[in-house]
Unconditional design. Structure first.
Length: 302
């Protein structure tokens, strides 16, 4: 519940006319305080920004690589198909329509036994014998991780003699995707811990150097956010500058991955670089500002 004093204060604030020029002056003053705090930190600024740039480079490189690996896995998954061999006397079209109803099935192609036999005879020198091959269905699955579930469903059909697919390849693709995702999450956690620790220690030094000044402002009744804002902006500044420097090595990583995509003839995700840069800047600024805020809350009772 709000105290009567707080209610009165809130009511009074509503009747105070808003002056945008005053707001601009306050914003100017806060920005000036942020610049002064950064100047007071001195050469330590360079160390902090360089360290953050290194952390962000590692994160961005892993994140960008994860997107490329996912793209490779998707392309490999697209060539994974179930080969469904039908029993003699089975209507292939009826079975095809039945298989198309299964979840995760994108497409089903019928390969008649005659076509398979002609193709085989082209590749191998075979004697003149009756065609021993069955009608075959090539079943395309939406994602590699779903191929096993579709495999089990298709195998239950009475018209199906046997089912096969590149099982080991599918498992390796799924495992690779899982490992890359886990590593990326782990790097994000490490990045958050390191960034917040570095910012925390830096802002603590700033608070100690401005201890008397902050105490005077508090005695004068200065708003808590007026004291907090420059320190939070200082943390965000470190994150922003670190992300700017990290763009240079990230561009090298991007070029290397692009060449790799071209070599293997796998399309490069057009959104990848923009997504990585955007996420990197958001996380850098957020962690920088967040580290400052946590430090203020811990070491400054405002």
């Amino acid at each position: 519940m709000n105290s009567p004093k707080a209610k009165i204060k809130k009511k009074v604030k509503k009747h105070i006319p808003k002056d945008w020029l005053c707001d601009l002056r306050i914003l100017y003053r806060l920005t000036k305080e942020t610049v002064l705090d950064i100047r007071r930190t001195g050469i330590v600024n360079l160390v902090i920004i360089t360290t953050m740039a290194a952390i962000l480079t590692i994160f961005a490189s892993f994140f960008r690589s994860a997107i490329s690996i996912s793209s490779f896995a998707h392309e490999l998954g697209n060539v994974l198909e179930l080969s469904v061999y039908l029993k003699d006397g089975t209507d292939a079209n009826i079975t095809k329509n039945r298989v198309k109803e299964f979840e995760h099935v994108e497409n089903v192609t019928v390969v008649p036994r005659g076509t398979s036999w002609i193709n085989l005879k082209r590749e191998m020198d075979l004697p003149d014998i009756d065609n021993p091959l069955p009608d075959t269905l090539h079943v395309k699955i939406d994602k590699p991780e779903n191929i096993e579930s579709v495999f089990k469903e298709v195998k239950k059909l009475q018209a199906v003699e046997d089912v096969s697919y590149a099982q080991e390849l599918a498992k390796k693709i799924e495992a690779l995707n899982h490992i890359v995702n886990v590593i990326t999450i782990f790097v994000v956690i490490i990045m958050a811990i390191l960034t917040i620790t570095i910012i925390n220690n830096t802002i603590q030094l700033v608070i100690q150097s401005r201890k008397d000044e902050i105490e005077i402002m508090r005695l004068m009744g200065v708003s808590n956010w007026y004291i907090r804002f420059p320190l939070i902006m200082q943390g965000a500044f470190y994150g922003f500058c670190g992300a700017l420097i990290a763009l240079i090595p990230l561009e090298c990583v991007q070029n290397g991955l692009s060449h790799m995509h071209q070599f293997f003839m796998v399309p490069t995700p057009i959104y990848a670089q923009y997504l990585v840069v955007t996420v990197m800047f958001i996380m850098a600024i957020s962690f920088g500002a967040g580290g400052s805020f946590l430090c203020i809350k811990k070491h400054l009772q405002v």
